[in-house]
Design a protein around this ligand. Structure first.
Ligand code: GLN
Length: 480
């Protein structure tokens, strides 16, 4: 079997009986054994028999293995969020997305590394180990879903699930040269996704092509009564309209204040300008738009995510879940020792900041103001989509940075989210797609952003680009 095979190709081989599900699972487990000591994308790869036993044998994804970010619940498996506090915690139920994947036949082969509790942009805050970027192992894969992204980029698995609160699927997809998709808030159930910022959190998908991401989306999207924020949307086949053509008279808005933001890497700008030309050739009508509220989104995201994160993580108290301090003298000490020893530094800082911005006397200045900015961003998005059908903008300001580069510069790390947070705050769907390489061989990503529930159009616009270009067919060396 050739390496770097797509879901579409695997499905063909299975239907022609050239490959069995069992052979494919064994093949990918072998790839993990061979290459993951370098990439370090997985916290655990399950044994073959338990994978097969947990999965239906029929369905649209039968025999197509995937890796699941370790903040998404897989029954009877550990669920650690890459944190010491949950290091030995075994979950008792399937997330809705996981349940639907199993019913679609998809073998789920392991748990992906991530930033601790999804807090980070580089997968460096994992309590266990750092994942590397397959294009250059001295660099980060992005985060917080870095394990999922690196595994797909290295061809260790054809697709993976991640989660987004502020760009954690699109940003690592961009840095690893693959497709990363974040749905409209409410399209994919959050049931079984460990909460970080509940008003922002969504499960997202990694794959190498828009077609493949659409195939996985078709298996998991749609209403779920167990998530009160789930939208009343029927499941559908998002691959059905992917014929390589753009919708006619498609109006694409280039987000000027993003593309030409201060500090943008010139190679990223050039790659996106080439992609815009490509879309023009394919018949799109190019508009140039400015969305002033985007410039405030990272600040608003910073406050809202910390506030909601601090509230959500209050449940890890040493009593109900996971780790419990053994030498505490009283209940108060039990809480504080467990939380101090169980959470890493980044998580502890965020809990403190979150409680501060919510505290009496400060909530008005911080949290409530941030929520006002969120409403402005939403309104601006709605207005913008009266004039254009889709937005195009960078996924990140520059290609992958070196491991450790921002150890002492947390502001720079937070600014990695700059182009991603607007869509988490507004709830709009967005997809990052590879659109070029820097001179030193690092992938560059661009984002397509659409109105609420425009997933089918986003996949179509991304697929049309991939039918015309070869970026998605390029893979890192050393993983043959
Ligand atoms: N970089 C963002 C953060 O650290 C990403 C969060 C996310 O999307 N999970 O908050």
């Amino acid at each position: 079997m050739k390496s770097f095979i797509t879901i579409k190709e695997l499905k063909e081989k299975i239907s022609k009986k050239e490959l069995t599900a069992k052979e494919i699972i064994a093949y990918y487990i072998d790839r993990f054994k061979k290459y993951d000591p370098v990439v370090k994308s997985a916290l655990e790869i399950f044994d073959e028999e338990s994978i097969i036993n947990a999965t239906d044998q029929n369905g649209p994804l039968a025999g197509i293995p995937g890796l699941i970010k370790d903040n998404i619940s897989q029954k009877d498996r550990r669920l650690t969020c890459a944190s010491r506090i949950l290091e030995n915690f075994v979950t008792t139920y399937d997330a809705t997305a996981v349940d639907r994947l199993k019913k679609s036949g998809a073998p789920l082969i392991g748990r992906a590394n991530m930033d601790e509790f999804a807090m980070g942009s580089s997968t460096e805050t994992s309590a266990f180990f750092k994942t590397t970027n397959p294009w250059d192992v001295t660099r980060v894969p992005g985060g917080s879903s870095g394990g999922s992204a690196a595994a797909v980029a290295a061809g260790l698995v054809p697709w993976a699930l991640g989660s987004e609160t502020g760009g954690s699927v699109r940003q690592p997809a961009g840095l690893c040269g693959i497709v990363g998709f974040k749905p409209t808030y409410g399209l994919i159930s959050r049931y079984g996704l460990v909460a970080y910022g509940s008003s922002l959190d969504q499960i997202g998908i990694f794959a190498t092509t828009a077609y493949d991401a659409a195939a996985v989306c078709s298996a998991i999207a749609g209403h779920d009564e167990r998530d009160s924020t789930s939208l009343a949307v029927e499941p559908k086949d998002y691959t059905a309209q992917l014929d390589g053509k753009l919708p006619t008279n498609l109006r694409i808005g280039v987000v000027q204040n993003a593309l030409h933001a201060e500090g943008m890497d010139s190679e990223v700008v050039a790659a996106i300008e080439r992609a815009i030309e490509e879309y023009k050739k394919m018949g799109a009508i190019i508009h140039y738009v400015t969305l002033p509220t985007f410039d405030y989104s990272a600040a608003a995201y910073f406050i809202i995510s910390r506030a909601e994160g601090a509230s959500n993580l209050a449940r890890f108290d040493g009593v109900r879940y996971g780790m419990r301090s053994t030498d505490a003298k009283n209940l108060k000490e039990l809480y504080s020792k467990t939380r101090h020893d169980g959470f890493g530094q980044e998580v502890r800082i965020r809990i403190m900041v979150g409680n501060y911005v919510l505290s009496a006397g400060h909530a008005g200045e911080f949290y409530e103001n941030a929520k006002k900015v969120q409403r402005l961003i939403r309104a601006e998005m709605v207005n913008t989509f009266k004039d254009v059908d889709m937005l195009i903008m960078p996924t990140q300001p520059a290609p992958a940075f070196k491991i450790g580069a921002f150890d002492t510069d947390k502001l720079q790390m937070d600014l990695q989210d700059y182009f991603n947070c607007p869509m988490n705050l507004s709830g709009n769907p967005a997809l990052s797609i590879p659109c070029g390489f820097s001179k030193n061989g690092l992938p560059i990503g661009m984002q397509l952003v659409g109105p609420h529930l425009s997933e089918a159009i986003i996949f179509k616009v991304a697929d049309a680009y991939q039918q015309q270009t070869l970026w998605h067919t390029m893979h890192p060396k050393g993983f043959e």
